[in-house]
Structure formats: structure tokens, C-alpha cells
Design a protein around this ligand. Sequence first.
Ligand code: F6R
Length: 264
Amino acid sequence: MLVILKRDDEAISLQAAQLIAGAVHKKPALVLGLATGSTMVGVYKHLVGLHQQGSLDFSRVVTFNLDEYLGLPATHRRSFRHFMYENLFAHINVNSHNIHIPDGTIRGNYDEYCASYENSIRKAGGIDLQLLGIGRNGHIGFNEPTSSIGSRTRLKVLSQETIDDNSKFFAKGEESPRCAITMGIGTILEARKILLLATGKSKSAAVAKSIEGPITSAVSASALQLHPDVTFIIDDAAASQLTQRDYYHRVLEMTALLTPDRLF
Ligand code: F6R
């Protein structure tokens, strides 16, 4: 596990966008797993900037989003599909046939739908690079605490903490969604490379438990300790409860010197 400590949100966004751009340069038909949420806004802004400068071509990139609220049509301004078009897809040359986002409007046979989403990932050759945010409760995707470490894409009931965190984005009187379709932790762990971003003090406990705590279903992101190639990029505030910060700096220096490929 690599831990990159950055000053603030802007530095994180820039570094993450550069790492993603580097991965696309290496493999133009990259299969890229994407997340939504406020942490991703700056990253997508930089990716759009790199594309507009002519240095980043998404024409062969295939994308899979982690999750979508259940019950929100694609046109809803708070749907993750809307978020993705507004912040990224509408501004880059990704082929719309290569975009995959769970369908929040499905009704009925959820298992069948979720199995078909997993199947699409498999048919695309698996996810090369998965981008993740983290919830205050340690969720990745919408894998709330107590999610099975082996879980696959499925219908998931959201925790009260997540509903409360998200309700600020919905209009007064509008009920924020109670359920979502999300990739599972097992699905995420199959990505070849994982990049998790976290900013702000409110994430510091979840970040510390994920990196330095025991692997437990009580903190979904702690399952990332099982993955051979995970990079956390976190700002000073989100890193404030980590106890091994000096060590992470040294690891990074030595990695740059000895195994720079590991840095994308
Ligand atoms: C969204 C997702 C979530 C968010 C997490 C952090 O697609 O998968 O796990 O990454 O809730 O959200 P922000 O960045 O808004 O704090």
C-alpha cells in the first residue's frame, strides 16, 4: 500500500489526474473504474483540462462507475449519471458506448441486473484502474459497514450516516434515496490497481482505520489492505489521525528511487 500525503484538495486532484492520464497514455484502451462525490470534482476538472489541451485521449477508454442511487432516473440532477456527464463525460471524447453506470431505475430482478453489470466488467477484460472516494463511515462505493469483503455488485441499503451526508444535496422536502446499486468489495478488489482519494478532517478516522486498523467488515475500506496495488492520496487533514506518516514519506521516496513503475 502506498500512501501519498498532499497539502490540500487541489494538490490531490492534480496528482490523481496526472496518475490517471499516465495510465491512459500507457494503455489507451484502459478500463477505468470511476466514482462520484465531492472529492472527485477537482480530479475530473483536471482530466477535462488535460483533454482540452490535447494531451489526453479518451476515445478508447472504457469506464465503469461504482454505483448509482436506486429510484433516480438518469435525468435527475442528483443521479450519479448526471454527475458524471456534468463533471466529465460531456467534456471529453469518451465513446458513449464505452460508458457503464449502474441503472438506478431497474425494478424487480436486481440480482440478474447486477450479475449482468459484473459480466460487462468481465467482458471488458476487468478494471485496470479503480478510482475510489471514502465515506466518513469507511464505505467505498456504497459498501456500508458490515458489507461482506467478498460482496459483488448488488442492491444495497444505505446507512443512516450516508443518507444524512447525502441529504444536503437534495432539495428541501425531497427524500434522499435509501438504496443504491453498488459494485461489491469483492468486485473492487479485482481491479488491477486502486487509487483512493480522501480530503478533510471528517474523513480522518475512516482513513486511519482503513490504513492502520485491522481488516474488518466494520470499515469496508480496510479490505483494501488485501489488495497488492493500492495507492491512497490524502490531504493533511484527512491524514491527521495516521500514526506512521514519516514512514509513508520514506516509502514514497524509496519507491520513486527503486521502483518508479509502481508510481504508475
Ligand atoms: C460515490 C461513492 C462514494 C463516495 C464517498 C465519498 O460514487 O462511491 O463511496 O466516494 O461517499 O464521497 P465525497 O467525495 O462526496 O465525500
